[in-house]
Design a binder for this molecule. Structure first.
Ligand code: PLP
Length: 477
């Protein structure tokens, strides 16, 4: 399997893809062709466990001569050691046909752990083999940071620089990062939104010379490996919920940076009979792009679902590329327009192809609260404010529903992207009993470690300087 940039047809192997953030032409990596999964194969996979499905997926996307099967299985087994349920992900079948797939049983109580743990293991595998060191620059709107920190802390091969928007994430999201200190973790609380920080980090991520010199990359969802691993939970969701293999299933996804949506669209391209439905919170630029064929770079506002407070969803580029039959030209034009004019439109025929696949809607804070309440009343079951956007769509209470393709009378699965225990503020706002987790109780009393970064600091310079000091330290060893 080879990978290509979304902007020009240049090819990369899996190892290069794993360490790459943006390609030199500014694009993101995607598989050159999509491996297809037949109904016969799906039938064979029907009773596989989640980790077995991950192994099958990796087998389709990573060449045996890059990572041999036994090494692959070993590193994936390592990745899943810390999950608190035997099955790693679990399906909850609730009242009125509501299916919720809990993807948050990892260390940081959010779905990011599923792919992050594997990505870190793959990175470590190649770094050990090459005797090299890697610095990941990670910008987080809440959950990516803690997941990257837990995945990589205390590894000798990787340092992680994490920047998060100060006062714009939940208390527990912050506490998870600030208490997880280790010498290879460098945490900055920045006075800006995650999109603002992203723009600064972008200066570093796209500085090809610098990246190469210091072996810098990211564990944000620009990293192909995360997208690849996430394909597995869509397949798992399908196999658990489809009445018969071959029947369609709606997969309802709380969308932020659209990494999860990209994985879903890829799974569909592999011929999984699924209908992707993306739900945004009030930061609804993805929904607006789908509904009006106009992608606008707007400002982000703080919502009850902070991990979705994103206007600059990097992975939209991958989705456009895949759904316009891998059209490098369309992507290049759209992205140039978007980055220069803060606005872009797709050609009509390309837009139509997107609409044929994806449905979207929007859940405001008010609707999030309604869905959390109703889910509790009907099931005595807590959902987090992100998951609530998907559940709200299932309940039919989201706004501006844009559902050209979504089929009624078809089973749906709502992806539960985080545990409600991580979002105590929202649970309280919804007037529900508190939701506890031993993982959160364990954080009490641990000393917090982070550095505050003011607005007037040049954030890109700050990142560059930190990278340089890490790489100097590493060279001395
Ligand atoms: C990251 C995250 C999302 C958004 O996922 P994307 O892949 O960025 O769209 C939604 N919910 C939670 C809890 C998250 O951590």
């Amino acid at each position: 399997m080879k990978y290509v940039s979304t902007r020009f047809k240049v090819t990369f192997g899996f190892e290069e893809a794993l360490f790459c953030c943006f390609t030199e032409d500014g694009g993101l990596l995607m598989p050159e062709t999509t491996p297809k999964v037949s109904l016969e194969t799906l039938k064979k996979w029907k009773n596989l466990t989640y980790d077995e499905i991950v192994k099958q997926v990796v087998g389709l996307f990573v060449a045996e001569d890059e990572v041999p099967e036994d090494a692959r299985d070993k590193l994936l087994d390592n990745a899943f050691q810390h999950f608190d349920t035997k099955d790693i992900v679990c399906l909850k079948e609730l009242n009125d046909g509501l299916n919720v797939l809990e993807l948050w049983h990892g260390d940081t109580l959010a779905f990011k752990d599923l792919a992050m743990t594997c990505t870190v293991q793959f990175l470590n595998y190649f770094l050990k083999k090459r005797k090299k060191h890697f610095t990941a620059v990670v910008v987080t709107s809440g959950d990516t940071g803690s997941s990257a920190i837990y995945g990589a802390r205390n590894l000798k091969t990787i340092d992680v620089i994490v920047l998060y928007p100060h006062n714009r994430i939940s208390k527990l999201q912050e506490l998870m990062m600030t208490t997880a200190g280790a010498d290879n973790i460098h945490l900055y609380a920045v006075d800006g939104s995650s999109d603002d920080i992203d723009i600064a980090a972008m200066k570093v991520w796209t500085d090809a010379g610098f990246i190469k010199e210091h072996n810098v990359g990211t564990m944000n969802s620009m990293n192909w490996c995360r997208i690849m691993i996430q394909i597995a939970h869509h397949i798992y969701a399908y196999l658990k919920v489809a009445k018969q293999i071959g029947d369609p299933v709606n997969i309802i996804i709380p969308c932020g940076g659209c990494g999860n949506m990209t994985s879903c669209v890829l799974a569909r391209d592999m011929r999984l009979p699924i209908q992707p439905v993306g739900v945004s919170n009030k930061n609804d630029s993805f929904h607006k792009m789908m509904k009006f064929n106009e992608r606008v770079l707007s400002n982000v506002s703080v919502s009850l679902a902070p991990a979705m407070d994103i206007a600059l969803a990097q992975n939209v580029e991958r989705i456009i590329w895949l759904l316009t039959d891998r059209s490098y030209d369309i992507v290049r034009h759209a992205m140039e327009d978007f980055l220069t004019n803060k606005k872009s439109k797709l050609p009509d025929s390309a837009y139509k192809k997107m609409c044929d696949v994806i449905s979207t809607s929007v859940a405001s804070d008010e609707i999030i609260i309604k869905a959390m309440k109703r889910c509790w009343e009907e099931n005595q079951y807590h959902i987090c404010p992100h998951t609530a956007t998907a559940v709200a769509h299932f309940y039919g209470i989201t706004e501006g529903c844009f559902a050209v393709r979504e089929e009624k009378n078809v089973p749906s699965v709502c992806l539960a992207t985080a545990s409600a225990a991580k979002f105590a503020e929202a649970v309280e706002k919804a007037d529900l009993p508190p939701c506890h987790s031993p993982k959160i109780q364990a954080l009490e009393g641990i000393k917090e470690r982070y550095e505050y970064v003011a607005k007037d600091v040049d954030w890109a310079d700050l990142i560059r300087n930190k990278v340089v000091s890490i790489s100097l330290r590493y060279q001395k060893k």
